[in-house]
Design a protein around this ligand. Structure first.
Ligand SMILES: Nc1ncnc2c1ncn2[C@@H]1O[C@H](COP(=O)(O)OP(=O)(O)OP(=O)(O)O)[C@@H](O)[C@H]1O
Ligand SMILES: [Mg+2]
Length: 261
């Protein structure tokens, strides 16, 4: 799970990490749970296709078909809490590469969606099911604030990478999020300080504020990311020896060494 406050780089890192893991030969499912989804563009899906994607939680027909209730019908009707979800990634996933798929889930935050209770039930059930998949690595771009921490989901994540800006304030917020995640039994939590221009200064700051209470990792500011954003192309076009990929490779090596064969 890639979480953190708005604008810190969650989507960028979720996309780059997905590409690296796919490069390594893993089956990767990237899930976008933002209420304003935009992981598709970072994954290089053309704009005309990206704009037509209907998030699962807003796909009224699917929600009705699977739960037996129409979105908006509220809690007053009966609907299935265990709808069929095992075929959703295949049917509604967008293929980025043979071994990399995107599913736009949409927000699973009831307060943000209005009363779309059956839709949220479906989205959460799908998320839980996907996270348990033994054959895929699931990368979740989680909305700022992170409802993925909601009951019954947090414990399915092996890792939370909490993305922060290289500022004291941002890191303190990140540490709060990690404490919350720990309480909810997210197994491994890492503070990822992104967009770092001076590694020396950032390390000093992390040493002082985080110390060894939470593992932390630094990702440097990368002009190639900015260029990709400005030109509107996917982040896979960035050379693999660009700093964002180098620093993410180090992150994999440090925290998930078993993935390197
Ligand atoms: N390592 C980096 N180097 C340079 N720019 C970066 C880096 N990481 C992210 N950015 C830039 O920071 C901005 C915010 O990134 P991104 O959209 O990934 O953040 P986010 O946390 O997903 O935001 P939101 O909360 O709005 O979804 C983008 O313009 C992105 O290009
Ligand atoms: Mg984002």
């Amino acid at each position: 799970m890639i979480a953190g406050k708005g604008g810190t780089g969650k989507t960028t890192i979720a996309a780059c990490l997905s590409f690296l893991l796919a490069d390594m030969g893993y089956n990767v499912i990237a899930l976008d749970t933002d209420s304003v989804p935009n992981l598709a563009l970072s994954l290089g899906i053309p704009r005309d296709i990206a704009e037509k994607i209907v998030p699962l939680a807003q796909n009224e027909e699917l929600v009705e078909e699977r739960t037996g209730a129409r979105p908006g019908s509220g809690w007053g009707v009966l609907f299935s809490l265990t709808p069929r979800v095992d075929d959703i990634a295949d049917k509604y996933g967008i293929r980025v590469r043979d071994n990399l798929k995107l599913v736009v889930v949409g927000s699973i935050d009831a307060s943000k969606q209005g009363c779309l209770c059956p839709a949220i039930a479906l989205a959460r059930h799908f998320l839980r099911h996907t996270l348990m998949s033994p054959r895929d690595i699931v990368v979740v771009d989680a909305e700022a604030g992170a409802e993925v921490f909601g009951r019954g989901l947090a414990e399915y994540f092996d890792f939370m990478f909490c993305i922060c800006e290289p500022t004291v304030k941002s890191i303190l917020i990140g540490m709060k999020l990690v404490r919350l995640a720990r309480e909810l039994n997210v197994k491994n939590n890492v503070i990822v300080v992104n967009k770092v221009r001076s590694v020396f200064d950032a390390e000093r700051m992390c040493d002082k504020i985080v110390g060894d209470s939470i593992p932390w990792h630094i990702i440097r500011y990368d002009d190639n990311v900015v260029r990709a954003e400005m030109e509107g192309y996917g982040l896979d076009k960035i050379p693999r020896d660009s700093v964002i990929f180098l620093d993410l490779k180090t992150l994999i090596k440090r925290f998930m060494p078993w993935l390197i064969k």
